[in-house]
Design a protein around this ligand. Structure first.
Ligand code: CO
Length: 181
């Protein structure tokens, strides 16, 4: 399970529309395992496939043992995968409600955190690593993580949600970062 190199802000793949996954095979499982290893190494709580250079609808979330409301799965459709990590294949937000502020960062924008507007609650449909569909509802941190990672699969970064003034400040900050080179 090798750690993959992270794709950073300026790289075009982060802006590409991703392709749906149709093969739930060993290749997918290896990719998911690499994503988890990479996310742990980078101390992230979520990672989307484009962030390791793969333009496919795949994301993982692991908030660790944090004291936040757990996501709720509908029916018996709990996804199978590594303990504690939520793997989302072909995820889509099917409903949402409420508007709240969320302070976020992103492994592809190292060193930057800021507060943006998110939905308080979302329901997501997705498939697990074996292709089994499931639905999950979440509020607060899990809901923000779902929105952040699913945004990645649509070529959107959290800084796209900044207000106009904050975006100007962010651009100035960005120009000073060595990792852009
Ligand atoms: Co991110």
């Amino acid at each position: 399970m090798p750690i993959r190199e992270l794709v950073l802000y300026h790289e075009p793949i982060l802006r590409k529309k991703t392709e749906p996954v149709s093969l739930f095979d060993r290749g997918l499982h290896n990719l998911l395992d690499d994503m988890l290893e990479t996310m742990i190494a980078e101390r992230g709580i979520g990672l989307a496939a484009p962030q390791i250079g793969v333009a496919q609808k795949i994301a993982i979330i692991d908030l660790g043992a944090s004291d936040v409301p757990a996501p709720v799965f509908s029916g018996d459709e709990k996804p199978k995968g590594p303990e504690g990590t939520l793997e989302l294949i072909n995820p889509e937000i099917i409903s949402n409600s409420g508007n709240v502020k969320s302070e976020e960062g992103c492994l592809s924008i190292p060193g930057y955190r800021d507060t943006i507007q998110r939905k308080l609650a979302v329901t997501v449909s997705a498939q697990d690593r074996y292709g089994t569909p499931f639905k999950v509802s979440a509020t607060d941190l899990y809901a923000f993580a779902f929105q952040h990672e699913i945004d990645h699969l649509n070529g959107i970064l959290f800084t796209d949600h900044l207000s106009r003034l904050k975006r100007v400040l962010f651009q100035r900050w960005l120009e000073k970062q060595d990792w852009r080179k």
